[in-house]
Design a protein. Structure first.
Length: 358
């Protein structure tokens, strides 16, 4: 078994590959020969040292994998052997072999590749919680998706369109054509600090019904100002904090120090007729039945072709550092995966070299 360990806080190079014997599944557990693992910003935050829910270092990150069941523990039917599954790991997914409770694995529908399956859980569950559970748009409403070319962003674009919403998306200009091809109606430059006026101009002066904001500080204030009456602002990340070229953890601390008082007190919210919500998927792992229902619905939609995860680029499991640099530098358009070289050689998953924005 090969695993990628975060040995200490720091830049991506603090991760190292370690080998050990394959684990045996315990009661109620299956062993998955992982072909692909998702790379997420939460993994970056763990490595920087600013993810409070992570185990103490050293540890193996990775919330999601897809692969083939090759062993089962006591109480699990042997009929599961050979199943192609995705699994929610919590942690430990940066590995070519993972033991996980059987109830946390999901059989893939026909036609869904292992790569697409590995791209589903974190990104699409986050988007689902925002747009199907907490702030579902009605047909004809307008949704503003920041970071629309990222993994969660693209998932949110797709789910918004499924509901018949108009979508505004922010990203760097090099990614705008990519977004238009995927149904975004109006694109904004994500580097523009004062975008509320542009949003209002694009919506006939009204503003948006829902804004999805993965950043902090001034970005939250601006997204709030871009809301129409009865609008909902959903906060779901810390994407502005981790940039590998600007000091890693120090950059995060600077961001925290610069967060202004937003003035979003209850009286103002009532007077403005607006709402502010927060989403942290990691804190939902204890709600197993609810999360399982969401995951099963997303898998059904994927099997029907209603949602299509976009894998932007894959990296070998042994090169997780490059994957983290790629994600932190905002070069991705969609999902970034780590893939097992043996699974690629066996044809279980395809390597995707990626296409750099011009």
């Amino acid at each position: 078994m090969r695993q990628v360990w975060i040995t200490r806080t720091g830049e991506p190079e603090v991760m190292e590959v370690r080998e050990s014997t394959d684990p045996s599944p315990g009661p109620g557990t299956v062993r998955v020969r992982a072909a692909a693992a998702g790379v997420n910003f939460a993994d970056v935050m763990i490595r920087i040292g600013l993810y409070p829910d992570a185990p103490r270092l050293p540890m193996v990150p990775g919330y999601e994998i897809a692969g083939v069941v090759d062993a089962v523990g006591e109480g699990v039917s042997e009929s599961r052997l050979g199943e192609h599954v995705l699994a929610l790991c919590g942690f430990g997914g940066y590995s070519d072999v993972v033991c996980v409770p059987s109830r946390h694995t999901y059989r893939l529908p026909d036609g869904l590749s292992l790569a697409a399956a590995a791209a589903l859980p974190v990104n699409y569950l986050t988007a689902y919680q925002m747009l199907e559970v907490m702030a579902p748009p009605r047909e004809g409403e307008t949704v503003l998706v920041h970071g629309a070319a990222g993994g969660v962003g693209l998932a949110a674009v797709q789910l918004s369109r499924l509901r018949g919403a108009r979508v505004l998306g922010s990203a760097s200009p090099a990614k705008h054509d990519f977004l238009r091809e995927r149904g975004v109606d109006f694109c904004l430059d994500s580097r523009q600090r004062h975008f509320a006026a542009e949003v209002r101009a694009a919506t006939g002066g009204r503003g948006v019904d829902i804004a999805l904001e993965p950043r902090h500080g001034r970005w939250i204030r601006e997204s709030y100002e871009a809301l129409a009456p009865a609008g909902r602002l959903v906060l779901f990340g810390f994407a502005d904090a981790a940039r590998s070229k600007r000091g890693g953890r120090l950059d995060v601390l600077r961001t925290l120090a610069g967060v202004p008082w937003l003035g979003l007190n209850p009286i103002r919210l009532m007077n403005d007729n607006k709402g502010v919500l927060g989403v942290n998927l990691g804190r939902m792992w204890g709600e197993q039945e609810r999360v399982a229902a969401w995951m099963n619905r997303l898998l059904a939609w994927a099997g029907e072709g209603r949602i299509r995860p976009h894998v932007d680029r894959t990296f070998p499991l042994t090169d997780a550092a490059s994957a983290h640099h790629y994600l932190q530098d905002r070069r991705n358009r969609g999902k970034v995966l780590l893939v097992d070289e043996a699974a690629v050689a066996a044809g279980l998953v395809a390597a995707v070299p990626g296409e750099e924005p011009e």
